[in-house]
Design a protein around this ligand. Sequence first.
Ligand code: NAD
Length: 362
Amino acid sequence: MRAEIAVLPGDGIGPEVTAAAVSVLRTVARRHGHDFTFTEHDIGGIAIDRHGDPLPAATLRACQQADAVLLGAVGGPKWSDPNAKIRPEQGLLALRRGLGLFANLRPVRPHPAALNASPIKPHLLTGVDIMVVRELTGGIYFGDKTRDERGASDLCSYSVTEIERVVRSAFRLARQRRGYLVSVDKANVLETSRLWRDVTARIGREEFADVKLEHVLVDAMAMHLLSRPREYDVIVTENMFGDILTDEASMLAGSLGLLPSASLGDGRVGLYEPIHGSAPDIAGKGIANPYAAILSCAMLLRHSLGLDEEADCIERAVDGALNAQVFTNDLAAGGRGVSTQAAAQAVIEQLNEHCYVAELRD
Ligand code: NAD
């Protein structure tokens, strides 16, 4: 298969983890007989420095024309003045909007070798395999805002169409997994949540009768995620609840450095990125954990290119590296972790040892 992948390294550790991830994708391409081309483009702080714009038009155009986009992270102290007119995060929001991405997928699957890195008791984490689907382009983050000397307001609004499309994505994922979807809302208080619940129930009844659907209030979900995470399969929720619950869920996996994400829309192009930020405290040292970026590549292969077998290979290779205790500092005891490059190399070795070689099939 031929595929063009736009790579947006961004700021801080972004360039380090994306370089590691691209080296893994190159290995997959070589071993499975694919032709992937990679083109790098600026986003975030570095794009402000070079072009005065956190999402230059050339970057957006390249992403729209690519088959998939791999992003590192944006932001850092150099651009963090809250009163600044131009900020790195605006680049990310504009990119999501420009690509029409409305569903953010965040899988959480604590690895057995890293259970001790989580603040949650290991016996609660064994077997946890959750996919959180967060609505990405609506709700209170995008509603009208007001502010005067007496107060401030943020409008939360959702259209039926906005709810339908993200809920359908979540139902489809649940159908491919264990057939169980939990929709999270605050229907006892919010009108938008009552609409969310009605629409979700209707879609479930009319289109996904084979998927078991439950509704849970967001405050209860915040507790259940920590007390009985194993019970959940796919969770779908609106933008702000999803923002908060996905950060909470990330603690189940022990380190931000292990968690990938995908942002999808109706179109072909998806955006794939680790959930962590630019980690300015460790940037430039070559010690960032690249596994989240590498696992984001597995999602890219699965969701944008339809290469399920290759995606499984990457996930198994990361499992193999973790089983072999190839840990960066965020996972290793006493700061004795390996470098970013060594961790990526361990994944490549796992691929070379255990993954299918296309040429041998011919
Ligand atoms: P962060 O995720 O960058 O870092 C939080 C902590 O986790 C730090 O101690 C960091 O060293 C550690 N960490 C993160 N990723 C790691 C990895 N791969 N390996 C090892 N350790 C890792 O969050 P922050 O410090 O709150 O934010 C730093 C900057 O990143 C800010 O400018 C913020 O706006 C930005 N940010 C960007 C994104 C994004 O690009 N999607 C997401 C979150 C934060």
